[in-house]
Design a protein around this ligand. Sequence first.
Ligand code: IFM
Length: 444
Amino acid sequence: MATATHHFPASFLWGTATAGYQVEGQSVNTDFWDWEQGAGHIAAGHTSGRACDWWEGGRWREDFDRAAADGHSAHRLSVEWSRIEPEPGRWDAAALDQYRQMVRGLRARGLTPLVTLHHFVNPRWLAERGGWENPEVVPAFERYVRHVAAALKDDVDLWATINEPNVYMYQGWVNGVFPPGRRDMFAAMRVAATLLRAHAAAYRALHEIQPRAQVGLPIHFRPIQPAQPGFVLDRWVARTQFNLFSALFLEAIGTGRLRQVLRPALAVPEARGTQDYLGLNYYTADVARFDLTIPQELFGRRSFPPGADVDDAGVYASYPPGFFEALEWLHRFKLPIYVTENGIGDEADRLRPRYLLTPLRQLWRAVNFNWDVRGYFHWSLVDNFEWERGWTHRFGLYAVDTATLVRTPRPSAGLYAAVCRSRALSSETVARYAPELLETLFPG
Ligand code: IFM
C-alpha cells in the first residue's frame, strides 16, 4: 500500500445537497402533502411532518453551521414554489425573504449556494389545474422563476431548473408512486416535453435577469449494461432503457427532439442549447436482461451488477466504475460538470464510508484527465423525508431523530469533513474510515 494524497483544485466546490420538501417540514400547500395522506402511498405510513424543521423552526441555521464547521464550501438547496406563490398570482414576500436569509446564511458561512427551482413538488393550486399535464404550467413556471431570480440574484449564480426530470416523469406517470400517480407511458412522454419547455423558459428568464447565471438540469444517471454482452436482445434492452432514461433530456437539449416509445420524436426546438453546466445525480447502476413478459419495463429485467454493495432499501447499489462511466459520458458534451447528488441510504453507516470514498477516487481520476468537473454535492447533509420510502431510507451524514429533531453525526460526517477541509483524498483518511479499501485506492 502507498502513502499518498490525491489533491483537488482549490476552486473545486465541496458540499451537500438537500431539497425543500424533504427538509423544511409543514409543506402543507402542496400536492405531495396531500399524496402522503393516501393509504399505502408512503412506506410504514410515514409522513413528512416537521421533517428537519428548516422552515418553521429555522433549523437550517444549525445545519449550515455543521456544514461550515466540517469544511464544506457549498450547499445545494431547493425553493418551494408553493411557499412563494401560495395562490395563483399571489407572491409571498416573507417566504422569498426567508429563502434570501438562507442563501445569505450560506454565504456568511463561506458556502456557495446552488439553488434548485423545482424538486418533485407542486403547489396544490397547480396540481388542481392539471399540473404538468397542462401546457399552461410553462408560463406559470417561468413567472415563478422570474420572482425567485429577482429576489435571489445578488446572492446566487448557480441554478438548477428542474431536479431529475427523468425520475419525476417515471415516478409520477409510469410507476405511479408520486402524484399524480399515473401509469401511462404516453402521458409520461408528453410531460417530459412540457418539463423540457419549462426548463428552456426558465433558462432564458434566468439569463435575462442575471446574465452571469450558470443554469443546469440535474439528471439522474444510471449506467446500464447488457446481462450477456454477446446477446443482441440484451444489448437492445440496455440501450433502449438508457436512451429513454439517462440520455433522454440531455439528448433533447442537444437536438431539440425528444425521443418517445413507439412514436415519432416530439419537437422541442426551444430546448436546444439551454444548459451552462451538466448536473450529474449518480447513485447506482443496472444490468438488463431481455424478458418478453414485461412490456411495461420495455422488455428489460433489471438487476444490480454482481457483487455490488446494495443499500438499506435495496434500491441503490454501489458500483464505482459506473460513476466514472457517467462522468466520461457527460464529458463528451463539452460543458462544465457538477456532481449535484451522490449518496446512499444507510442508517448504520455500514456502507457509506466505502460508498463515499470510491466515487471520490473516480472523481479525482476525472479531474486529473482535465475533465471540467467543478464540484461535488453529497446527498445529503441530514436524514430527510425520502418520498415514497418516508423515513425508512436515510441518506444523512447526520442522523436526525424525527421526534426530538436532535442531529447526531455518523462516522461518514467526519470522513467527508476530512476530505473537504484538506480538499484532498488521502491514504490516511482511507486508513481511518475504510481500511479495507487501502489496497484498491492506494496500491503500491
Ligand atoms: O432523495 C432523493 C432526491 O430527492 C432526488 N435524488 C435521489 C435522492 C435519493 O433517492
